[in-house]
Design a protein around this ligand. Structure first.
Ligand code: SIN
Length: 523
């Protein structure tokens, strides 16, 4: 039996980096990413990482804010664990010299973002927290970590229900297999399903659908977070304007200067994201243009250098003190169902980061909790996998799917449908229309040797869209990132703690009651 455990990690964001920086040299780790190392949502994260460091704050208060933003759909135990453990991991990063923005005494500065009741967000490089963190963690990679860019993992190998490795394509299009003791998916969510989004273009739901095909459960797919403020010119979204800008005093107004968040929510411009995004959407439906008024922020360009240079590139005149904004898809609260170790429901398959659903975010993620979750889950999964037995002595003949059914829909069309019917507000008629469109798509049969990367992606995007839309149809209430105009009363009590699960072609509702390790399926 091989004593060195072999682990494949798919992806290169914060969760993946936390994983590879935790796992010991007793493991050989292959890190595969389908584009460049820098192609991840983590690299684009402006807003920072939430941790209760202030003397006026506590882990308990951070937990309460996370639960309030999540609209009663969070897993309380997970929230406690991630917020507590996350604070320790951020503290360690600070001690290791991670270049967070600090005051003159060297203490990290704490900013504020939506739905936080106090200042608790650490930033780096002003508005380049994700990039700074990725670079810092990448600089610490050990010699047992092998990084392969342009390795497109397209499927998982499964033997008798156990994940045994991956199928991947190289740059020339040649297909390969690689076995491992464990596979860790850190592939992000599915921002690319929407016309307007903040995600890296490489984030196409691959990990979710690979896990689904392997038999893993997917949950909470109906909960999609739209970020309220993307810089938008001539109807085209240019990029994210961090919520930290509102944390520093900016506010939303219409063309006449009317403050649109006044009277909508006690936290006004710093209300939870779902509330702010819906308010902007509603105002736009009424024909108003929405702006972020930044006049009260001194030294804007120094505090937010990446946003300032984006405005300059887009020809937006910052001297006017107003940035034109519009909401865009930002984050998927749902994903591959995992436990506290990142274990999916398929043995030897793990998921971490946005691809995973731990229950931390509930129906609406609290700002700057995702980098935190990535750090914790990557760390937990690495420590857990270390303790597992290897199985590499088993001789397996990997069997791969030879022929793929590729939907003939274009990505542009898919995004148009998703944006029209499954975005900030939804109703049964629109969702059913969307499902009909998706199900009427025709297919072409393509041999795995000839399939292109785009065809692999559209296959995943189409299938994920179907799962997401079915979940949205089934959840007949409004909660967090899922707002139904035909069920506008928020938080229907009969839906409390129910999750919609997708598994091997089936969809069903479960109640959040565990019987031992099993879910109690009652519908
Ligand atoms: C932002 O900077 O507004 C985004 C932060 C986040 O999504 O957590």
């Amino acid at each position: 039996m091989s004593s060195i455990k072999k682990v494949i990690v798919v992806g290169s964001g914060i969760a993946a980096l936390s994983f590879v920086n935790t796992i010991s040299e007793n493991c050989q780790v292959i890190m595969m990413t389908k584009k460049q190392f820098s192609s991840s949502n983590s690299m684009l994260a402006q807003g920072g990482i939430a941790a209760a460091f202030s003397a006026h704050d506590s882990v308990d208060q951070h937990v309460q804010d996370t639960l309030a933003a999540g609209c009663g759909h969070n897993d309380d135990k997970t929230v406690q664990e991630i917020v507590r453990h996350g604070k320790d991991l951020v503290k360690k990063l600070v001690e290791e010299g991670c270049p967070f923005d600090r005051d003159e005494t060297g203490i990290p500065q704490l900013g504020k973002e939506g739905a936080h009741t106090t200042h608790r967000i650490l930033h780096a490089g002003g508005d380049q927290t994700g990039k700074t963190l990725v670079q810092f963690l990448k600089g610490k990679l050990g010699s047992h970590i092998y990084v392969y860019e342009n390795h497109h993992v397209m499927d998982l190998l499964v033997h008798e229900g156990v994940c045994t490795g991956v199928v991947w394509k190289d740059e020339k299009g040649h297909v390969h297999t690689m076995t491992a003791d464990a596979v860790v998916l850190s592939t992000g969510g599915c921002g690319s399903l929407y016309e307007t989004n903040t995600n890296d273009p490489s984030v196409t739901g691959d990990g979710l659908m690979m896990a689904y095909r392997a038999g893993a459960q997917l949950v909470d797919l109906e909960f999609v977070q739209f970020h309220p403020t993307l810089l938008t010119t001539s109807g085209k979204a240019i990029g994210l304007v961090s919520e930290a800008v509102r944390g520093e005093g900016a506010y939303l107004e219409d063309e006449s200067g009317r403050r649109i968040m006044k009277g909508i929510h006690p936290q006004s411009d710093l209300a939870p994201r779902d509330v702010v995004a819906r308010t902007i959407f509603h105002e736009q439906q009424l024909g108003h243009s929405i702006y972020l008024n930044i006049r009260d922020i001194p030294r804007f360009s120094a505090r937010f250098p990446a946003i300032a240079s984006m405005c300059q590139r887009a020809g937006v005149d910052m001297a006017s003190g107003r940035l034109p904004v519009s909401p865009g898809m930002h984050f998927l609260m749902g994903g591959i169902k995992v436990n506290e170790h990142g274990e999916t429901t398929v043995p030897s398959l793990f998921a971490i980061g946005e691809a995973a659903c731990t229950g931390l975010h509930g129906a609406n993620r609290l700002a700057s909790n995702s980098l935190l979750e990535g750090l914790v889950l990557g760390n937990n999964a690495a420590r857990y996998i270390e303790r597992l037995q290897t199985w590499q002595d088993k001789k397996l003949a990997p069997s791969i799917q030879e022929v793929w059914s590729v939907p003939t829909v274009s990505l542009a069309q898919l995004r148009k449908w998703m944006t029209a019917y499954a975005a900030i507000v939804r109703d049964e008629k629109g969702l059913q229309t969307l499902l009909d469109h998706l199900e009427q798509v025709s297919f072409q049969q393509i041999n795995v040797k000839n399939i292109t990367n785009e065809q692999i992606e559209i296959t995943n995007q189409w299938a994920l869209a179907i799962c997401l839309v079915k979940s949205a149809l089934l959840r007949t209430e409004s909660r967090g990132g899922h707002y139904r105009t035909d069920y506008p009363n928020r938080h229907d009590a009969s839906w409390r703690a129910k999750q919609i699960v997708h598994e091997q072609g089936h969809i069903y509702i479960v109640k959040n009651e565990r019987i031992g390790a099993k879910w109690n399926v009652y519908s």
